[in-house]
Design a protein around this ligand. Structure first.
Ligand code: AMP
Length: 501
């Protein structure tokens, strides 16, 4: 059993020194070069910050190979990284810096003035000046598996971003399970979509390191051009993708899957939001031999805690299950009385296992609300994470995601899952995507849709009357050319909610 993720890098650098590990638009890096450069980053950290251990170090640069070098250099030095989104409003960056108080920030070429509060700023260009000695090379061996590897900031409901702390152990446990489940190997070529400040990227990065695989960082702009994106997948021989559903839905709706065949694609994995069967069926019709898997999980449990490998046919309007718990993970579905749910009963998905985060950085109060004692065990310390997601079991004993607790509304006295309205609207012929929000002030349900046929709001309403009870019908329907996406590439519900009028 590995103690820290640097051991993955060391092993792959030994086994495949000259094999390309990561590449972006500007450069490639082999496993050996990555190992060397990561050590240099660790040397720079010591030279500038002294002999620090288990301290946060921020990485503030565009998504690139250099980010990976920085993450691994920080891990080498026995500290933990936190990637910041350079495109985020400066106010949000300041909030994160206030919480994180990083010992240093690593940046690319231009010193970021906006990070004046940071104690040390290290340019990745200084790598040339780094002096490595034996003590640096050996340092990572002191890192235990319970030490933190990274802190990812998710948006808190109060507007204060929460820093989710994840240990080496969580990532190792996850990466080993991925290897056993999806048989990644040195021939796997990942086409990375997820930004590095979003936990989906953990699968791509650490499976590449563990298996001597290769990760191609797909330029973000390509996701707006389906044909260029498909050509890029082919040119780079990408055979495995792990994307947010919105990105897969975009390709399915564009019609490109009929026209261009990605010959090498073997695995299509997704996580982060609901994947509608309507669009998955388009993928499956065009690529029947590919392995499809719906992974589920929040950042707080090291990316993924349940999975469903698609193994049967689904109607367009049926929900795709999120499946069963991953290895070494237990899922408890609890009702409002903190009891395990019965048949067909809706409950909150709660998780226990090695995957659990070490809580929110510098926020004991929020940590103790979300990470609580297992209500089914009063005998010893047994922490579960309450996800806030409502699920139920289907006839196969698989978990089915229904909605987030906060998407459950009370409207005209009825308890309604907005997800159910979306599923009904999304299954209509001619509707590409649907998102329902609740306008709390005016007490009305608003439905946003994108279309592939000439439908009017009235026509959509009439079609929905056949599918939903009266009280669930949207008060207002708005047709958009595209749904807005948030920084992780998921549907941006906050923006939609502010456009309810
Ligand atoms: P994040 O922490 O940004 O990864 O977001 C986690 C949330 O995304 C979960 O709590 C769910 O609400 C949602 N989510 C993640 N995976 C899925 C999935 N496969 N199906 C439906 N919702 C998902």
């Amino acid at each position: 059993m590995k103690r820290n993720i640097v051991e993955y890098l060391k092993e792959s650098a030994e086994k495949y020194p000259d094999k390309t590990a990561f590449l972006d638009e500007r450069r490639k890096i082999t496993f050996k070069e990555l190992d060397d450069e990561a050590q240099k980053i660790a040397a720079l950290i010591y030279a500038r910050c002294g002999n620090i251990r288990n301290k946060p170090i921020a990485v503030y640069m565009e998504k690139s190979v250099e980010c990976i070098v920085s993450f691994l250099g920080i891990a080498y030095s026995g500290n933990f990284y936190s990637p910041l989104d350079v495109h985020s409003p400066i106010e949000r960056i300041h909030k994160i810096i206030d919480v994180l108080q990083p010992a240093a920030v690593i940046y690319h070429t231009e010193e970021p003035d906006e990070l004046d509060d940071c104690r040390e700023k290290i340019s990745i260009q200084d790598i040339e000046k780094a002096e490595i000695d034996i003590s640096i090379r050996e340092k990572y061996k002191n890192t235990a598996d319970i030490d933190p590897l990274y802190v990812l900031f998710t948006s808190g409901s109060t507007g204060q971003p929460k820093g989710v702390v994840i240990s080496h152990r969580g990532v190792i446990d996850y990466t080993e399970w991925l290897y056993d489940t999806f048989s990644f190997d040195a021939d796997t070529i990942f086409g990375n979509q997820a930004p590095f400040y979003f936990d989906n990227s953990i699968l791509d990065i650490y499976s590449t390191l563990r298996n001597g695989a290769c990760m191609v960082i797909i330029p973000e702009t390509l996701f707006r051009f389906p044909k260029v994106l498909m050509d890029y997948i082919n040119e780079n021989s990408i055979n495995t993708i792990f994307w947010v559903p919105s990105a897969l839905i975009g390709l399915a709706n564009s019609g490109i899957l009929d026209k261009i065949h990605a010959d090498k694609l073997q695995r299509v994995l997704f996580c982060g939001e609901v994947m509608p069967n309507k669009q998955l069926n388009i993928w499956r019709k065009n690529y029947p031999d590919i392995l499809y898997a719906n992974l589920y999980g929040p950042t707080e449990i090291t990316d993924v805690c349940s999975y469903y490998i698609v193994n049967r046919q689904f109607q367009d309007e049926e929900p795709l299950p999120i499946g069963i718990a991953c290895r070494n993970t237990e899922i408890l579905v609890l009702n409002d009385n903190n009891e395990l749910v019965g048949e067909n009963e809706l409950g909150e998905l709660c998780v226990r296992g090695t995957c659990l985060s070490m809580g929110y950085y510098g926020d004991q109060e929020k940590t103790s609300k979300a990470f609580v004692q297992n209500p089914l065990n009063s005998k010893y310390c047994d922490t579960i994470y309450r996800t806030g997601d409502l699920v139920k079991y289907n006839a196969y004993g698989e978990l089915v995601y229904v909605s987030r607790k906060d998407f459950q509304i009370k409207h005209q006295g009825h308890r309604i899952e907005l997800g159910e309205i979306e599923a009904a609207a999304g299954s209509l012929e001619g509707v590409n995507q649907a998102c329902a929000v609740y306008d709390n002030c005016n007490k009305k349900i608003v439905l946003f849709c994108t279309l592939s046929a000439e439908l009017t709001e009235k026509m959509i309403y009439r079609l929905l009357q056949d599918k939903l009870p009266q009280y669930m019908l949207p008060k207002k329907i708005k047709i958009l050319s595209a749904l807005p996406l948030n920084i992780n590439g998921k549907i941006d519900r906050v923006t939609l909610k502010s456009n309810c009028m």
